[in-house]
Design a protein. Structure first.
Length: 173
């Protein structure tokens, strides 16, 4: 692409006003975009402070949910052969991370099921006693599963993913 550089004349002005020759154009002073008044400066300061507060809060929430991201990654990338015992282990590790002031790793059976159901925000689906029995049996049994166990395994995996995503966290003091 070729552009033409047209030189500007020394006196660039309005050619229609020829009473006294060429009138040069007087350009106005440059207008600063910086706030000029105290109110505008305070408004900018408040905006900057609120923005910093929101950024810090989002960063803290992102750091606080690192255990969720790790657990979800493990749950989604675990294959069927290595699923034995891993599902319940991941749930227990997540519970320990989310509720550090309580001894949640020692729960099992009905108490473990009640804890999982009570801390889940969603009322749609809950862990059943059959699922918890399967998780505990699978943790210690290194045997091949029955064809009926494959379906409950998938239900347990999807419920575990839902619980990790939607469980309530312990309020820190």
């Amino acid at each position: 692409m070729v552009t033409l550089d047209v030189p500007q004349p020394e006196n660039f002005g309005n050619y229609l006003l020829k009473s006294e020759g060429f009138n040069t154009i007087v350009l106005p002073d440059v207008v600063s975009l910086a706030p000029q008044t105290i109110g505008a400066k305070l408004l900018v300061l408040v905006f900057v402070l609120i923005t910093c507060f929101v950024i810090v809060r989002c960063y803290k929430a992102w750091k606080r949910n690192a255990y969720r991201r790790t657990a979800l990654f493990q749950l989604k990338h675990i294959n069927d052969e290595s699923l034995n015992g891993q599902l319940n282990y991941i749930l227990k590790q997540t519970a320990i991370s989310a509720f550090p002031k309580r001894a949640r790793g020692a729960l099992y059976g009905e108490a473990w099921r009640q804890f999982l159901n009570q801390t889940m925000n969603s009322n749609k689906a809950k862990f059943t006693a059959e699922m918890i029995q399967f998780l505990e049996r699978e943790q210690y049994a290194g045997v091949m599963l029955n064809p009926g166990d494959i379906e409950i395994r998938q239900e347990c995996r999807s419920m575990a993913i839902q619980w990790v995503k939607h469980h309530r966290e312990e309020k820190s003091s």
